[in-house]
Design a binder for this molecule. Structure first.
Ligand SMILES: Cc1cc2nc3c(=O)[nH]c(=O)nc-3n(C[C@H](O)[C@H](O)[C@H](O)COP(=O)(O)OP(=O)(O)OC[C@H]3O[C@@H](n4cnc5c(N)ncnc54)[C@H](O)[C@@H]3O)c2cc1C
Length: 408
């Protein structure tokens, strides 16, 4: 028995939702449930500072130890939510207990997309959780030989950069598309990132689908391409995207379609149940298209939107999406959403180690800005996009033109 708000998933979205509820003056009971036994932690460092050792375990915590007791948030860690019974407003937990809710927030995130149906093999990993990161770190110390990353997305490339530069390992990246970051980044940014990885000594196999894994005595020994080539490897990390954890929602009748479907307030097809973060698919405020985003900004801003609805001051979710990645000494930041067909204007400040790509839709509207090592321009781009400003492409290309003027 809990009542109040029950939140399933205590990660970026769930913990932020609990915090935003208290910040908004919510006085009722809040219960956070997570199947992971660890204190809620940040995921972005798992492929970056935590992997290199620069970020110690204690710095991964999403909130300080006293946060949950001070804010009267009951944290039930290490117990899985098994079933939702909307008719009774009840969640059944794996330990046999149940929780009652007035409002339920599903923030169950995603899991590594299954890839290659093979028998369990030693030294084949995915990277989604702290446990995964521990296992990869331990494996790196135990095996010699090249490492293969399957999938040229952000997480895989961050890991490739870390393994190459901090561990001096031979690294191969296999990507079925003709370019890296094909889902989320523009071709201009992809090309730049590919150049940097090649310069660091990573072997990129682009346009190369992986057909299977070779093995020797139960350990992975190679990656088999669809052309039948075998590239020797001692360790494989599969990074081919995630599947939303929507099964709980689907099983109790909530509408799902590659994500739990929600409206602009993150409300599901049951008005007392919300879904936020990586697990949900929502209407984009700009295009109206249904989207599922996998980034911390989306998890946090949707959490705040739901808190606003619960306390009776409903604010729709309409934030400008943004994202960052750190690899090979580059801070990559994207404001807005790049889409195929957009035209690209380059602002080249490479003499200062910076370059930025402005992307315009066919109608001439600014849709996304990708910056490399330019945090101040990234912040400016977020403000321009939020204000619906579309600067002149020639001004964007002119590195001497002060874009701040447009906001004043
Ligand atoms: C290695 C890595 C690096 C990343 N780097 C970046 C980055 O640089 N920038 C960025 O913006 N984003 C980054 N991301 C993405 C970002 O971490 C996610 O978008 C974010 O974690 C989403 O938060 P979430 O709370 O929606 O889901 P998750 O973080 O996936 O959390 C979901 C939680 O729900 C729990 N859960 C699931 N099912 C149940 C159940 N049935 N019962 C109880 N608990 C359950 C899980 O244990 C988990 O703790 C990275 C992700 C990874 C894995």
């Amino acid at each position: 028995m809990a009542g109040g708000v029950v939140i399933l998933g205590a990660s970026h979205a769930g913990v932020q939702c609990a915090a935003a509820l208290r910040d908004s003056g919510y006085k009722g009971a809040i219960t956070l449930v997570d199947e992971g036994a660890e204190a809620p932690y940040q995921r972005p460092p798992l492929s970056k500072g935590f992997m290199t050792g620069a970020t110690p375990l204690e710095n991964l915590a999403l909130r300080g130890d006293s946060f949950y007791s001070t804010e009267a948030i009951a944290l039930k860690a290490g117990v899985r939510a098994e079933r939702i019974v909307p008719a009774l407003r009840q969640v059944i937990l794996a330990d046999g207990t149940s929780l009652e809710y007035e409002t339920l927030v599903i923030a169950t995130g995603g899991r590594g997309r299954p890839f290659l149906d093979h028998e369990p093999l030693g030294n084949v990993h995915t990277l989604r959780t702290l446990q995964d990161a521990w296992q990869i770190r331990a494996a790196i110390d135990q095996v010699d030989g090249p490492v293969a990353i399957i999938g040229g997305g952000y997480v895989g490339l961050e890991l490739a950069a870390t393994l190459r530069t901090s561990f001096g390992r031979d690294v191969h990246v296999f990507e079925a598309s003709e370019r890296l970051l094909a889902r989320a980044a523009s071709p201009s940014l992809s090309d730049l990132v590919a150049q940097k990885h090649r310069a660091a000594g990573t072997v990129l196999h682009l346009g190369c689908a992986v057909a299977g894994l070779a093995q020797s005595e139960g350990q992975v020994s190679g990656v088999v391409t669809d052309e039948g080539a075998v590239v020797a490897t001692a360790l494989v990390v599969k990074g081919v995207g995630i599947l939303p954890n929507q099964e709980l929602a689907a099983a109790c009748g909530l509408a799902c379609q590659d994500g739990i479907l929600v409206d602009q307030y993150c409300r599901t097809s049951d008005p007392s149940i919300f879904a936020i973060g990586d697990c949900c698919r929502f209407p984009d405020a700009v295009s109206g298209k249904m989207l599922r985003l996998e980034c911390v900004q989306n998890a946090h801003d949707q959490a705040r939107a739901v808190a606003s609805v619960i306390v009776g001051d409903a604010q729709p979710y309409a934030a400008v999406p943004w994202f960052w990645s750190d690899q090979l000494g580059m801070k990559l930041q994207t404001a807005g959403r790049w889409e195929p067909g957009m035209s690209c204007v380059v602002r080249d400040e490479s003499e200062k180690g910076k370059i930025s790509f402005f992307h315009f839709s066919e109608s001439g509207r600014l849709g996304a800005v990708e910056t490399v090592n330019h945090p101040s321009l990234h912040m400016l781009a977020r403000r321009m996009l939020a204000a619906g400003l579309s600067p002149n492409p020639a001004d964007c290309a002119d590195a001497t033109f002060d874009l701040k003027k447009l906001l004043s």
